[in-house]
Ligand binder design. Structure first.
Ligand SMILES: Cc1cc2nc3c(=O)[nH]c(=O)nc-3n(C[C@H](O)[C@H](O)[C@H](O)COP(=O)(O)OP(=O)(O)OC[C@H]3O[C@@H](n4cnc5c(N)ncnc54)[C@H](O)[C@@H]3O)c2cc1C
Ligand code: SF4
Ligand code: SF4
Length: 491
């Protein structure tokens, strides 16, 4: 094993100044849109639509991705789109974290985890609240505590859509009571945008907390720097650890696989907990428009295997932040022993800002949290970090070789990894793109499965030991056994 830096692929990271010395670059709307589209680097956060002077909008593409779109009139030519978009910006996560989290002697930096003051693992003590959450229930509890202690008047998080006719079952909404916050618990693997709620924030006098995946929190940080109104109104950020975001076709595929006709899905719980087995062995629970429900283990679903990345947003291919490094507090799943064994779910928590440390002080009667180190946090997100370090370095090297546009990253482009890993990353890109295309063109779910199966078969073969390695291992076994026999005879 090498040093942690090398393991995470950050050993060749360019100095920060490489990401931050060209902050005056400006792009007009047309150039901005062409860069975003050419690089396939939009997660629909909505920051570019919210910035003063912008007329841009965020809309749902045929592939079920929320993406930036032109507005009815052109934007004001002086609008600074560059340092508003988390993908086009010249600012890195480290750079933004330094400005917003104000690291001091109590702050530790880890190349996978980012800046943090304390790292914890645990859950809420209220077993009912824990059961209704995705993992340890810490995110909902943090939001409720922010409200109860008067830090915020309202929180911006993701709740079921009031109108799911457009194909999106979830949306960002504003909750101003503890009950509303509790109603919004659970992870939503569904496209969402902050565009609409940011308009409300701009027009309001309230103090807000925002929950989001890392690129959304980065977008909020950029907006806070651009416009004082957002710095004043958004007073706390809660980051969710992120593997990748899914197109709305993912939800449609799950519903289809579970026997629902198009339009028949009323609600979906992507993370329904079981009562036995590990926390990672959760269920998908759907309710139909007629009120009936269907439950299936997530691991049995064709589209679910997170490693394959079916229905993944293309922009996630060029992301290097797993743990929401710019948020005041980051929360994820404790995918590591012994915590993963508890089906009720356990959270990992990184307290990054001093405000987050103060928020949690004296909360022992409500939450049960114990300290862990950065190695444990990294181990709990090993797959995500490998994809966003080694995998990203390889994907960047392919883009660079093809002179394809890509964002500035903290990870240096490199194809210097074993051939098998290169093939795995290449096949994942293929699976991601093919799933989005083929689900749309397939007549039925079975048709989708049969079209995807050869590609999935090729991917799975990459994980099987090669014939050469099998022969080498058999040969080693024969040599070992012969040596043992000879030793015995000599005795
Ligand atoms: C797309 C996505 C990918 C993820 N990938 C990983 C991963 O690879 N590894 C990992 O450890 N954790 C991942 N998570 C986070 C994890 O699933 C849990 O959300 C997190 O552990 C918080 O659990 P909790 O029990 O504390 O939250 P809860 O108490 O259940 O509350 C969750 C809060 O998050 C809000 N929310 C739900 N979905 C979204 C969303 N899409 N955008 C913004 N806010 C939302 C809810 O409204 C609620 O307020 C991911 C989350 C998302 C949304
Ligand atoms: S990622 Fe966000 S800021 Fe960037 S183009 Fe998409 S919607 Fe706009
Ligand atoms: S993987 Fe990165 S780009 Fe994709 S949704 Fe998560 S934070 Fe955003």
């Amino acid at each position: 094993m090498g040093s942690p830096d090398r393991d995470l692929g950050l050993a060749n990271t360019p100095p920060l100044s490489a990401c931050s010395d060209s902050q005056d670059v400006r792009l007009d709307e047309a150039s901005f849109l062409s860069i975003v589209r050419a690089g396939d680097m939009c997660t629909g956060c909505g920051a570019c639509a919210a910035i003063t002077g912008s007329t841009l909008q965020v809309g749902l593409s045929p592939k079920g991705l929320l993406q930036v779109e032109e507005g009815r009139a052109p934007s004001d030519p002086s609008t600074d789109f560059v340092n508003t978009c988390p993908f086009v910006t010249t600012r890195s996560e480290d750079d933004l974290a330094t400005s917003h989290l104000l690291p001091d002697s109590t702050t530790h930096y880890d190349p996978g985890v980012g800046y943090s003051r304390r790292l914890l693992v645990g859950h809420v003590r209220d077993e009912k609240a824990r059961a209704l959450s995705s993992s340890g229930g810490i995110a909902t509890w943090v939001l409720q505590r922010l409200l109860a202690t008067g830090v915020v008047d309202s929180v911006i998080h993701v709740r079921p859509s009031e109108d799911s006719a457009a194909g999106l079952h979830f949306e960002y909404a504003i909750s101003s009571s503890s009950l509303e916050i509790a109603d919004g618990a659970k992870t939503r693997y569904s496209p969402v945008t902050l565009a609409r709620v940011l308009e409300t924030v701009r027009a309001s006098n309230s103090a807000f907390a925002v929950v989001g995946v890392p690129c959304f929190i980065k977008a909020v940080r950029l907006l806070q720097e651009k416009e004082p109104v957002f710095a004043k109104r958004i007073v706390f950020t809660v980051g969710l650890v992120c593997g990748h975001m899914k197109s709305s076709l993912f939800t449609a595929a799950l519903a289809s696989e579970m026997g629902l006709a198009p339009g028949e899905l009323r609600t979906i719980d992507y993370r329904a907990k079981g009562t036995v087995g590990p926390a990672s062995d959760y269920n998908i629970e759907l309710t139909r428009e007629d009120g009936g429900s269907v439950v299936r283990p997530a691991r049995e679903m064709f589209s679910y295997d997170w490693g394959k990345g079916l229905f993944r947003y293309p922009a996630c291919d060029v992301c290097d932040d797993v743990l929401a490094e710019t948020a005041d507090i980051s929360i994820g799943d404790a995918w590591l022993a012994p915590y993963v064994a508890n089906p009720q779910g356990t959270s990992i928590v990184a307290l990054r800002s001093q405000q987050a440390v103060e928020l949690l002080s004296g909360s022992g009667d409500e939450v049960c949290l114990e300290p862990v180190d950065a190695d444990q946090i990294r181990a709990s997100q090993a797959g995500g970090l490998r994809d966003r370090r080694e995998g990203l370095a390889y994907r960047l090297s392919r883009r660079d070789a093809a002179h394809h546009i890509r964002p500035l990253k903290r990870v240096a482009a490199s194809a210097d990894i074993p051939l098998q890993r290169r093939r795995i990353y290449a096949q994942r890109m293929l699976l991601r793109a093919a799933s989005l295309e083929m689900f749309l063109s397939a007549g039925t779910f079975d048709d989708f499965v049969s079209r995807m199966s050869p590609l999935i078969g090729e991917y799975e073969r990459l994980y099987r030991p090669s014939a050469v390695r099998v022969r080498a291992s058999k040969a080693k076994g024969i040599i070992r056994r012969t040596a043992l026999r000879l030793r015995r005879r000599r005795r």
